[in-house]
Write a protein of this length. Structure first.
Length: 152
């Protein structure tokens, strides 16, 4: 980890992104209770879930890009690469870098597909497993604690 402090504007961007992930996790956790067939039949619920996944993953990608730029002084090559690099620099551990890289690819699928092209079963399955995003936020918070980003 670098000894340089994260600039205030970057820190604020990351904190806003963490709030976005937390808020989206709350909404998605409530939608987990919808049964699969009801989910597939309700376009409003599907729209909410898909949009929250996009927002949540975009926020995670923003966090990853900011941290990678801070730690490596250059942006990552791609969204999935940003997550893998967080593993290389010790922000994420275990299988989480690859799980978040898969989330970044999933985000790309959601943002470039629509209507009946989207496999609603895949989205529903992702909805039932939000743990990677919870673990991501926890790892980011641990990183800030370890770096003393909030100490005066």
């Amino acid at each position: 980890m670098t000894d340089e402090e994260l600039p205030g504007d970057r820190l604020n961007r990351i904190l806003t992104a963490v709030e976005t992930i937390d808020e989206s996790l709350g909404v998605l956790a409530r939608k987990q209770q919808v049964g699969r067939e009801d989910y597939k039949a309700d376009s409003d619920t599907r729209d909410i879930v898909e949009r929250r996944f996009l927002k949540m993953t975009d926020a995670a990608i923003d966090i990853a890009e900011e941290l990678v730029k801070h730690e490596r002084a250059q942006p990552p090559e791609s969204n999935p690469a940003s997550m893998r690099t967080l593993g290389e620099i010790g922000v994420l551990s275990g299988s989480l870098p690859e799980e978040m890289a898969q989330g970044a690819r999933f985000r790309n699928v959601l943002s470039h597909t629509y209507g009946n092209i989207i496999d609603h079963d895949v989205v529903y399955n992702a909805l039932q497993d939000l743990e990677r995003y919870r673990a991501f936020v926890e790892a980011v918070r641990d990183y800030f604690e370890a770096t003393g980003a909030f100490e005066d």
